[in-house]
Design a binder for this molecule. Structure first.
Ligand SMILES: [Zn+2]
Length: 432
């Protein structure tokens, strides 16, 4: 038996992926036509089974894992994940592709059917084409090409389709990570084909602190507000302090992480919602009352150079000062969600493998970026203690969650080649 030269092997692998273009389109369309809208978590089982039915005949051992008891899991909306594993010919490392199968609601403004998978001008349109069913399809086609070429490899390849990423990932990657699905020795390298662009490797993301702040005052008659303590005025004083002191300070903080877009290299704060006084759904005339409560939901994105306790404390300090200056006021903070920033080393094996593959396929060096928002990498790092994990996939981040979302077919083909070449390198199969 004569060994195939490695460079020919890669050329043949790429040629096979080129020939699979129509299949890649058809697979993406099939995934998009299952409207896995979250919330509430529609049709997860159908979508998981589509992936499972595709991979089982290729020799994968397929497991359907329902996150029973996870947030949102009900008989009507089961949180069904799929993990598929294919063993190589000898022991070795495991490369895992993880994609979330849930999509956000289509919303208004579409000029095409969001769940038809319409192909036009070299693009596939539909909710989830970009974020991230196109990426899942590209990973599947990449692995299928390796198998079809009969390239022997050690170790194992895994492909998972997981739920609820758009709502925090608790019934998806976090649930699986708690059960060892994203830890050594089972898995060594993880690639998440989120839409970060075909020539960019995403090393991680900023941290997030969501919290609700309630300012509390004392109710009184609206004609004699001096007899009460207005929680709305208290909140306004706090917001004024945030505006003049905290916002400029946040803007001045810049991370060394390569976060895109550039505005997100600073520390940021968003007000998600604010409400004070009477409920907004009352009928008729409002009652003349001094507001005894005002609630604010904040979304604070922090940098890897910042510590969560400091992030929290600078808000608390301004609240403390506000209530000290205004007798009768008090406040309360409720944490809603917290995730630490995470970043994989640019020298990690998965990054080097993708860098080399991008350069080979696209003929230009890969860019390293970090994401302004979080994605499932946080669970893999924090719960699975697996740090050789990045996001890499086709599609433009800016199109995610937008009307007329699309993914370019050329980008899917190119990223499938990158994923295939990176997989072989990570498994230790000689390439050149
Ligand atoms: Zn996504």
């Amino acid at each position: 038996m004569t060994a195939t030269p490695a460079s020919d092997r890669l050329a043949r692998l790429f040629a096979r992926i080129d020939q699979s273009r129509d299949e890649l389109v058809a697979l993406t369309q099939a995934l998009v036509r299952i409207p896995t809208v979250n919330p509430p978590g529609e049709a997860y089982t159908d979508c998981a089974e589509l992936i499972g039915r595709r991979l089982a005949p290729r020799g994968f051992r397929v497991e359907y894992l329902r996150a029973t008891g996870a947030r949102g899991d009900t008989p009507r909306y089961p949180r069904t994940n799929i993990v598929a594993r294919l063993e190589g010919r000898s022991p070795g490392p495991c490369v895992h592709f993880n994609g979330h199968i849930d999509v956000v609601a289509p919303g208004a403004g579409w000029t095409v059917d969001p769940f038809a998978g319409t192909v036009r001008d070299g693009k596939i349109f539909g909710r989830g084409t970009c974020d991230m069913k196109g990426g899942i399809a590209a990973a599947i086609i990449a692995v299928e090409a390796i198998l079809a070429e009969g390239i022997p490899f050690p170790g194992a390849i895994e492909i998972s389709g997981t739920v609820d990423e758009e709502s925090g990932g608790y019934g998806g990657v976090a649930w699986l990570a708690e059960r060892g699905y994203f830890s050594a020795p089972r898995v060594d390298h993880v690639i998440i084909p989120e839409p970060l662009q075909v020539d960019r490797v995403c090393l991680g993301h900023r941290g997030v602190w969501w919290a609700e702040i309630e300012m509390k005052g004392r109710i009184a008659h609206g004609s004699m507000p001096f007899l009460g303590v207005s929680a709305i005025r208290g909140m306004a004083a706090f917001l004024a302090a945030v505006e003049t002191e905290l916002y400029p300070a946040l803007q001045a903080r810049r991370t060394a992480m390569p976060v895109v877009p550039d505005g997100a290299r600073a520390s940021t704060l968003n007000y998600n919602a604010i409400h004070g006084g009477l409920a907004e759904d009352h009928d008729g005339l409002p009652a003349p009352l001094v507001a005894d409560s005002c609630r604010l939901v904040i979304d604070r994105r922090f940098l890897i150079e910042e510590r969560l306790e400091d992030v929290r404390r600078e808000i608390v300090d301004l609240l403390e000062r506000t209530v000290r200056e205004r007798p009768g006021l008090s406040y309360r903070i409720r944490d809603i969600m917290t995730f630490e920033p995470t970043m994989t080393s640019p020298d990690a094996p998965v990054v080097r493998a993708l860098d080399a593959a991008i350069e080979r396929v696209l003929g230009r060096p890969a860019a390293h970026i970090a994401s302004p928002g979080t994605y499932d990498q946080k669970h893999i790092a924090r719960i699975g203690h697996l740090h050789d994990c990045v996001a890499y996939g086709p599609g433009l981040l800016e199109l995610a969650h937008q009307p007329d979302e699309f993914v370019a077919i050329d980008d899917m083909v190119a990223s499938a080649k990158v994923m295939a070449a990176a997989t072989l390198r990570l498994l230790g199969v000689p390439l050149a």
